[in-house]
Design a protein around this ligand. Structure first.
Ligand SMILES: [Zn+2]
Length: 159
Protein backbone atom coordinates (compact mmCIF):
# COMPACT_ATOMS: atom_id res chain seq x y z
CA UNK A 1 0.00 0.00 0.00
CA UNK A 2 1.59 3.24 -1.09
CA UNK A 3 1.16 6.60 0.62
CA UNK A 4 -1.36 7.80 -1.90
CA UNK A 5 -3.69 4.85 -1.35
CA UNK A 6 -3.30 5.21 2.40
CA UNK A 7 -4.22 8.89 2.16
CA UNK A 8 -7.44 8.05 0.31
CA UNK A 9 -8.35 5.51 2.97
CA UNK A 10 -7.78 8.11 5.70
CA UNK A 11 -10.20 10.44 3.92
CA UNK A 12 -12.87 7.75 4.23
CA UNK A 13 -12.24 7.42 7.97
CA UNK A 14 -12.50 11.20 8.38
CA UNK A 15 -15.81 11.21 6.50
CA UNK A 16 -17.24 8.36 8.58
CA UNK A 17 -16.25 10.22 11.71
CA UNK A 18 -17.80 13.48 10.47
CA UNK A 19 -21.06 11.84 9.27
CA UNK A 20 -21.59 8.80 11.53
CA UNK A 21 -25.35 8.67 10.92
CA UNK A 22 -24.86 7.83 7.25
CA UNK A 23 -22.46 5.00 8.04
CA UNK A 24 -24.08 3.58 11.18
CA UNK A 25 -21.00 4.82 12.98
CA UNK A 26 -18.43 2.56 11.37
CA UNK A 27 -16.50 2.35 8.12
CA UNK A 28 -18.14 0.27 5.36
CA UNK A 29 -16.97 -3.30 4.97
CA UNK A 30 -16.50 -2.83 1.25
CA UNK A 31 -13.33 -1.27 -0.06
CA UNK A 32 -13.67 2.52 -0.14
CA UNK A 33 -11.45 5.40 -1.11
CA UNK A 34 -11.91 9.11 -1.70
CA UNK A 35 -9.36 10.96 -3.84
CA UNK A 36 -7.84 13.99 -2.13
CA UNK A 37 -9.13 16.41 -4.78
CA UNK A 38 -12.69 15.23 -4.22
CA UNK A 39 -12.74 15.31 -0.44
CA UNK A 40 -14.57 18.66 -0.24
CA UNK A 41 -17.20 17.53 -2.77
CA UNK A 42 -17.88 14.28 -0.93
CA UNK A 43 -17.91 15.96 2.48
CA UNK A 44 -20.44 18.53 1.23
CA UNK A 45 -22.56 15.76 -0.32
CA UNK A 46 -22.75 13.93 3.02
CA UNK A 47 -23.63 17.17 4.83
CA UNK A 48 -26.48 17.76 2.39
CA UNK A 49 -27.73 14.16 2.62
CA UNK A 50 -27.73 14.41 6.41
CA UNK A 51 -29.79 17.59 6.15
CA UNK A 52 -32.60 16.04 4.04
CA UNK A 53 -33.01 12.75 5.91
CA UNK A 54 -35.14 12.71 9.04
CA UNK A 55 -34.46 10.18 11.78
CA UNK A 56 -36.79 7.51 10.35
CA UNK A 57 -35.28 7.83 6.89
CA UNK A 58 -31.73 7.86 8.18
CA UNK A 59 -32.44 4.64 10.06
CA UNK A 60 -33.25 2.97 6.72
CA UNK A 61 -30.28 4.35 4.92
CA UNK A 62 -26.62 3.52 4.87
CA UNK A 63 -23.67 4.38 2.65
CA UNK A 64 -21.96 1.10 1.92
CA UNK A 65 -19.38 2.13 -0.61
CA UNK A 66 -17.79 5.28 -1.93
CA UNK A 67 -14.99 5.26 -4.43
CA UNK A 68 -13.57 6.53 -7.69
CA UNK A 69 -13.87 4.25 -10.69
CA UNK A 70 -13.07 4.98 -14.35
CA UNK A 71 -12.66 8.62 -13.34
CA UNK A 72 -16.16 8.87 -11.86
CA UNK A 73 -17.47 9.18 -8.33
CA UNK A 74 -19.36 6.06 -7.25
CA UNK A 75 -21.70 6.08 -4.28
CA UNK A 76 -23.50 2.89 -3.34
CA UNK A 77 -26.06 2.63 -0.61
CA UNK A 78 -28.33 0.24 1.18
CA UNK A 79 -32.07 0.91 1.29
CA UNK A 80 -33.63 -1.23 3.97
CA UNK A 81 -37.20 -0.42 3.07
CA UNK A 82 -36.66 -2.19 -0.25
CA UNK A 83 -35.86 -5.42 1.50
CA UNK A 84 -32.91 -6.78 3.37
CA UNK A 85 -29.58 -5.78 1.95
CA UNK A 86 -31.10 -4.14 -1.06
CA UNK A 87 -28.31 -2.60 -3.03
CA UNK A 88 -28.51 -0.38 -6.03
CA UNK A 89 -25.91 1.74 -7.76
CA UNK A 90 -26.73 5.37 -8.28
CA UNK A 91 -26.69 5.12 -12.04
CA UNK A 92 -30.20 3.68 -11.79
CA UNK A 93 -33.09 6.14 -11.80
CA UNK A 94 -34.92 6.65 -8.48
CA UNK A 95 -37.54 4.02 -7.71
CA UNK A 96 -41.17 5.09 -8.05
CA UNK A 97 -42.93 5.81 -4.79
CA UNK A 98 -39.81 6.81 -2.92
CA UNK A 99 -40.22 9.16 -0.01
CA UNK A 100 -39.48 12.77 -0.95
CA UNK A 101 -36.43 12.80 1.25
CA UNK A 102 -34.91 10.06 -0.82
CA UNK A 103 -35.70 11.84 -4.07
CA UNK A 104 -33.87 14.91 -2.83
CA UNK A 105 -31.05 12.66 -1.84
CA UNK A 106 -30.68 11.43 -5.41
CA UNK A 107 -30.42 14.99 -6.68
CA UNK A 108 -27.71 15.75 -4.12
CA UNK A 109 -25.67 12.71 -5.11
CA UNK A 110 -26.08 13.33 -8.82
CA UNK A 111 -24.89 16.88 -8.33
CA UNK A 112 -21.77 15.65 -6.50
CA UNK A 113 -21.07 13.15 -9.28
CA UNK A 114 -21.33 15.91 -11.89
CA UNK A 115 -19.03 18.17 -9.93
CA UNK A 116 -16.47 15.39 -9.43
CA UNK A 117 -16.38 14.84 -13.20
CA UNK A 118 -15.09 18.40 -13.56
CA UNK A 119 -12.69 18.40 -10.63
CA UNK A 120 -9.06 17.22 -10.62
CA UNK A 121 -9.00 14.24 -8.29
CA UNK A 122 -5.46 15.04 -7.21
CA UNK A 123 -5.80 18.70 -6.22
CA UNK A 124 -9.44 19.81 -6.47
CA UNK A 125 -8.84 22.40 -9.17
CA UNK A 126 -11.10 22.51 -12.24
CA UNK A 127 -10.35 19.58 -14.50
CA UNK A 128 -11.72 17.43 -17.27
CA UNK A 129 -11.82 13.72 -17.91
CA UNK A 130 -8.62 12.49 -19.54
CA UNK A 131 -7.50 9.13 -20.73
CA UNK A 132 -3.80 8.58 -20.39
CA UNK A 133 -2.25 5.17 -21.02
CA UNK A 134 -5.52 3.42 -20.37
CA UNK A 135 -6.30 5.38 -17.23
CA UNK A 136 -9.36 7.56 -16.92
CA UNK A 137 -9.39 10.48 -14.53
CA UNK A 138 -10.56 14.06 -14.36
CA UNK A 139 -7.37 16.08 -14.03
CA UNK A 140 -6.29 19.69 -14.16
CA UNK A 141 -3.76 20.70 -16.83
CA UNK A 142 -0.83 20.49 -14.39
CA UNK A 143 -1.63 17.01 -13.17
CA UNK A 144 -2.42 15.81 -16.68
CA UNK A 145 1.22 16.61 -17.55
CA UNK A 146 2.47 14.33 -14.82
CA UNK A 147 0.26 11.26 -15.11
CA UNK A 148 2.78 8.63 -14.03
CA UNK A 149 3.59 10.35 -10.80
CA UNK A 150 0.27 11.83 -9.91
CA UNK A 151 -2.34 9.34 -11.05
CA UNK A 152 -4.34 7.31 -8.57
CA UNK A 153 -3.72 3.57 -8.91
CA UNK A 154 -7.48 3.22 -8.38
CA UNK A 155 -8.05 4.85 -11.75
CA UNK A 156 -6.50 1.89 -13.51
CA UNK A 157 -8.85 0.27 -15.95
CA UNK A 158 -8.79 -3.03 -14.11
CA UNK A 159 -10.45 -1.32 -11.16
ZN1 LIG B 1 -4.71 18.90 -10.26
Amino acid sequence: MNEFVMEQGLHVLRLVEAHPRLFRGKPPRTSCHVPTGWFVIVDKMFQDINAVLDEAEAAQFQIIQIKEKFGGLRVCQDWEFQGWGYWRPLEDPPLPGLHQGFERLFLIIEDAIRRAEQTCLRCGNPGSLRMIKGWHAPLCAAHAENPEQEMSCNSKRSG
